[in-house]
Every structure is written in C-alpha cells, then in structure tokens.
Design a protein around this ligand. Structure first.
Ligand SMILES: [Fe+2]
Length: 377
C-alpha cells in the first residue's frame, strides 16, 4: 500500500547535512512516509552517505549531472507514490512533529486546502536558534518602527496567580524582536477554568487591586523589558466599586511602577457607555508614565458603543488625542485595526488626523506654557 507522504529531498554535495536531514525525517512522530532523495550529480561522499541508510522507505535517485534544485524536486515528485508531497532541503531539518501537525491541518480542512506551510527557525553555527520573524514585521523594524509585543491573555486581573508560562512566552517574543517593552491589559480573561475570549473589566475594589498588583509584579519579574498596562473598554461595571476608574488606574501604576499604554478610543467608549468626563480621567492619570497610545475605531449598535477595531476612528477619539497632546508629550501612537482593513488612502487619512490632532494639542500646550511663563515672570 502506498504511504501517505512522499518526502522529496534534493541534494548536491552535502554529505553531512543530508545525513542530518534524513535523520530528522526518520525521527518524525508521524511515520507513514517514503523518502525520495535525488542526488543531483554530487561528486563527493553524498551518494554513499544516502546509500548507507538501510531503511526500505528511502529511495535514492541519481542525476548524472547537476540540473538544479527545481529539476531535482520534479524528479522526486514523479517518483513519489503518496498522495501528499513534502519538500525538505538537504541543509534543513524538521522538528519531530512537523508532518503530524501538517497532516492534522489537512485532516480538518477539507478538499479546498492544497498546501500547508510552516514557520522556520534559523540555527546559527554555534547552535543558538533564531526564531523566524514574519517578513511584514521585519520590514517594519527595518524602517525604524518599534514593534511591541501585545499580550491579550495574561489575565493579570484574574483571581488566580498569573500563568508564568504565558509570561515567559511573552518574554521570549520580546527578546526575539528586540522589543523596547511589552504591553498587556488591565483586565481578566479567565476564571475557574473558563476562558471568556474577551477582555473583562476588573471589579474596582481594594481586594481586586491587591490581586492585580501582585500579578503585575510577578509578570514584571519574569519580563526582560518594561511592561506597559492598557486601560480597556467595558460594556458594564461590576457593582460595589470602591474606587473610580481614575483612582483604580492611578493606584495600579503607582504601586507597580508599570508604564502606561493609554487607549484613547477605550476612554471614549467608557465615557459613552458608562458616563463620566474623559478629560477628567486624562487629568487624573499619571501621564509621566505614558509609553504609547492606542487609537482605534468602533461603532454604535443599539445605543451601545463597541470598540471593534474594524470601523473608522470616531471624531471624539481624535479630539481626545488633541486633549492628551495638550497635556503631555506623546511618545508614540498605534492605530489599531484588526479586520475590514480600509484602503491605504483611508488609513493614511486616519494617521494624518492623529498627527493634526497632536499638532493642535501641542500648540495649545506651548501657548499655555508661554502664558504661564508670562504670568510668573
Ligand atoms: Fe487598545
């Protein structure tokens, strides 16, 4: 009976590497495969190394002259007998669960799926592993954009102690990206073994504050870079609040020394849904801890404003950008958009609107500074 996967390995003059590549296939957790090695006209010990494997699943085909990787792969495809083909370059090796995980994806994806790709790690000569950075992120970094890993599932406000393994993963991503900081929300997302799948507000009691502060400190100890905490938008408030939102946020930053990721769209959403003057909140926050600012879009449904990150940024959020910039220097902005991406022109209009609002706010600030200087002088 034909195997499920044909593994095609083209090779030219790489005896040591192809030995390692073949061994990584033989060590797969999924074992229903055949290996077709195409020796593309090697002139060294490569042929002998492959021939020395005594596994009956390995077929060695030899090109008499070197015809290049594509021709060698085509030879392998023609020789294979399995319904799935997997390519492995002779200087690469697979992690043990590679085939198992790819076939699992094929298994649950139906007939429309024709290709399953994987990420890759780069192993340096000294054995250190460089995790692959997605090209889009690498492009941003090469243009000088600071990339900040943004957590959503640490559940720092949960009653249970923060999951250290999640923090360690965030720490590893931060290190890998050479990130200046990481950020997470002032929220909880799970309790009693249930995942909310949503950022939930924390009851603003002193007891909740103590738990949150404890979790933030645990996370800070495990992270290689500073942690910035973000205010969320909430559709409801828990009863029995002992502190206002401003008092609660100020206390968190004060007791943890965390940086602040201020989401102005969330400030707007909360003012709209729960009441309160957003500028009063801005006046109460420790703006000297500001790391950067989020601005995102949303929409109103049935009288409730939803912070969707899938709609245009409301005018009120731009107005808050101006208010903030009239109070402090803003180190950076991030325009949040998670889906329904608009045209580049539309995105640029929103970015320009942020810049203009910052300019107006800064202008107000410098005018105020000039006036107060005049009074004091
Ligand atoms: Fe945000």
């Amino acid at each position: 009976m034909a195997p499920t996967v044909t593994v095609v390995i083209p090779v030219f003059n790489r005896p040591a590497q192809v030995d390692r590549a073949i061994r990584s296939v033989l060590a797969q957790t999924y074992q229903d495969f055949e290996i077709v090695v195409i020796d593309d006209g090697s002139t060294d010990a490569t042929t002998a190394v492959v021939a020395a494997f005594e596994d009956p699943r390995i077929t060695l085909i030899r090109h008499e002259r070197n015809r290049g990787g594509s021709a060698a792969r085509n030879t392998g495809i023609r020789a294979g007998t399995a319904p799935y083909i997997a390519f492995l370059d002779s200087d690469d090796e697979w992690l043990p669960t590679k085939l198992e995980r790819q076939l699992e994806v094929f298994g649950r994806s139906g007939d429309q799926l024709g290709l399953v790709y994987t990420g890759a790690d780069r192993v340096e000569a000294d054995g250190t592993v460089q995790r692959h950075i997605p090209r889009a992120i690498a492009n941003l970094q090469s243009r000088g954009v600071r990339v900040v890993p943004h957590g959503i599932t640490l559940s720092l406000g949960g009653a249970e102690p923060v999951d250290r393994s999640r923090v360690k993963r965030l720490a590893a991503v931060a290190k890998h990206l050479n990130a200046p900081l990481v950020s997470e929300h002032i929220a909880f997302v799970r309790a009693g073994g249930l995942e909310a799948g949503h950022l939930l507000p924390i009851a603003r009691t002193r007891a909740s504050l103590d738990v949150l502060v404890e979790n933030v400190k645990i996370a800070q100890d495990l992270l290689p870079v500073p942690l910035a905490l973000e205010n969320i938008s909430a559709l409801f408030d828990w009863p029995g609040a002992e502190l206002s939102e401003a008092e609660f946020l100020a206390a968190v930053f004060d007791r943890t020394g965390a940086l602040m990721l201020l989401d102005l769209a969330n400030v707007h959403a909360n003012a709209k849904n729960l009441g309160g003057d957003p500028t009063v909140l801005l006046d109460s926050l420790p703006l000297h801890r500001l790391a950067y600012v989020h601005v995102g879009g949303g929409e109103e449904r049935d009288g409730v404003y939803h912070d969707t990150h899938a709609h245009p940024v409301p005018a009120e959020a731009f107005a808050l950008v101006e208010e903030l910039a009239s109070r402090t220097d803003v180190p950076g902005f991030m325009l949040e958009r998670d889906e329904d991406f608009p045209s580049d022109a539309e995105t640029n209009r929103e970015l320009d609107a942020i810049s203009s609002a910052v300019e107006r706010g800064s202008q107000r600030r410098s005018e105020r500074g000039a006036v107060s200087h005049g009074v004091n002088a």
